[in-house]
Ligand binder design. Structure first.
Ligand SMILES: [Zn+2]
Length: 441
């Protein structure tokens, strides 16, 4: 490392940084054990992927309540739980798909959205050439011709066989395909779409019950010709699913607050064989908050420090939105809210969203300055505000940033391979230091 010369202000800053560095690292480096232990619990089979099947969310919330109580945090208004409801689908039963003679593997070879209508049995399959599907006249005559047939069959569209003559017809085709996830123009029992690459699993379009089944399948896994499929899928729609945020605080020397947030929910299960463990997303953020709580109770913090764990993030920031609209504490007292979502790995540094806002800019400026001297993270990347995690609904009410790690190692994104052992914690202590710098007096 090259020799550097510092000006007096930099020396003062450096002294402060070194103090913080020693304080936070001595408190945390000895112990990625606690982080790993919580990561393992949160990603265990008992938590069912912390989603809305098998009450995974509530099992995780019970664990969090127990842990923050044990650490000595206090609840606002006598209850660590902030209960609310939202509409969601859960998929708990057996899940299978056989097309022709080929039995397909869930997740790797086919995917089912959680809103897929419960369907089981053998069905005839009618293949619609992609061209028919986007030509209004051809489509009308196809429906007319097959009207009575379609009701009890599956329609198959092979999206990989469509050669769009121009950009516009390609866009039109993509729009039509996407609309099949909201509406079934065939009124068929179900729809199968063959694709080159399966789309990322998520809880999109979860607001109402669909009356048809929908499978997305890797076209390369299907037999050349098939006229029949057999499937089993069970999904349940909960118009008012009861869930909860979990919140506790440590009283500081002053009533000004630092609020740490992280979502504890994940995608749950797809049928009875696929579990989305969500180590990176976001057991890592939750374990980081628990660790920060452990460190904070050891020395009475200067600021009153709040730890807020949300459910409903994967279903569209439901928990944090509810929390932002139903304050448990005086939002005007909050100095800074720091949301942590996806904190494994980080070999490339960290990214800070809402880093350029008037209310947050100076925090991130200082963080960059300190990092440029200490070289803790290879890069701190600044991003504008986006509704991409739980800081968002708070950001109009208080200074709020969202911090995530950049780069490997972690197991995957919205993938069953996102598991505890794939979550790298090599950079963890450094990142805890950066988080402490953000929150420093
Ligand atoms: Zn996610």
């Amino acid at each position: 490392m090259p020799i550097r010369f510092f000006r007096p202000r930099q020396i003062a800053l450096l002294a402060l940084m070194l103090f913080m560095l020693t304080a936070s690292i001595s408190a945390s480096a000895q112990d990625t054990v606690y982080v790993r232990q919580n990561l393992r619990i949160l990603t265990s089979d008992d938590m069912h992927g912390r989603g809305y099947s098998f009450r995974g969310d509530s099992i995780a919330a019970q664990f969090l309540q127990g842990e923050i109580r044990r650490l000595g945090l206090k609840p606002f208004g006598g209850d660590f739980m902030q209960r609310y409801t939202f509409s969601i689908h859960s998929m708990e039963g057996p899940l299978s798909l056989r097309v022709g003679k080929r039995k397909l593997k869930p997740f790797d070879e086919f995917r089912v959205p959680s809103w897929c209508n419960s369907t089981w049995g053998k069905y005839k399959v009618i293949t619609i050439p992609a061209e028919t599907f986007i030509d209004a006249d051809k489509f009308k005559s196809f429906i007319k011709k097959n009207n009575s047939l379609l009701e009890n069959v599956f329609v198959y569209i092979d999206a990989t066989r469509f050669n769009p003559p121009d950009e516009e017809s390609n866009r039109h085709f993509v729009d039509m395909l996407q609309s099949l996830q909201r509406r079934n123009p065939f009124n068929s029992k179900g729809i199968v779409v063959g694709v080159k690459q399966l789309s990322t699993c998520s809880f999109s379009h979860a607001d109402y019950k669909h009356d048809y089944a929908y499978f997305e399948v890797l076209a390369s896994c299907l037999p050349d010709k098939f006229k029949e499929l057999e499937c089993t899928v069970f999904s349940q729609f909960h118009p008012a699913y009861p869930t909860q945020n979990v919140c506790g605080y440590i009283e500081g020397e002053v009533d000004t607050m630092i609020v740490y947030t992280a979502h504890y929910d994940h995608l749950g299960t797809m049928g009875d064989s696929i579990v989305f463990y969500g180590a990176h997303d976001n057991a890592s953020g939750v374990a980081t908050l628990l660790d920060l709580a452990r460190i904070s109770v050891a020395v009475k913090p200067h600021y009153t420090t709040v730890f807020y764990f949300f459910s409903g993030e994967e279903a569209g920031l439901r928990g944090s939105r509810y929390a932002s609209e139903h304050p448990l504490f005086d939002f005007s007292k909050v100095r800074l809210l720091i949301n942590i979502d996806m904190f494994c790995g980080g070999n490339e540094g960290i990214m800070v969203f809402n880093a350029n806002d008037d209310k947050t800019r100076h925090y991130v400026d200082r963080l960059e300055k300190i990092n440029s001297v200490l070289e803790i993270a290879p890069e701190i990347r600044r991003r504008e505000n986006r509704p991409n995690s739980d800081h968002y609904f708070f950001s109009s009410k208080m200074p709020a940033v969202f911090v995530l790690s950049m780069g490997q190692p972690f197991g995957g994104y919205h993938d069953p391979k996102d598991q505890c052992d794939a979550c790298g914690l090599k950079n963890y202590s450094n990142f805890i230091t950066l988080i402490s710098v953000l929150a420093e007096p």
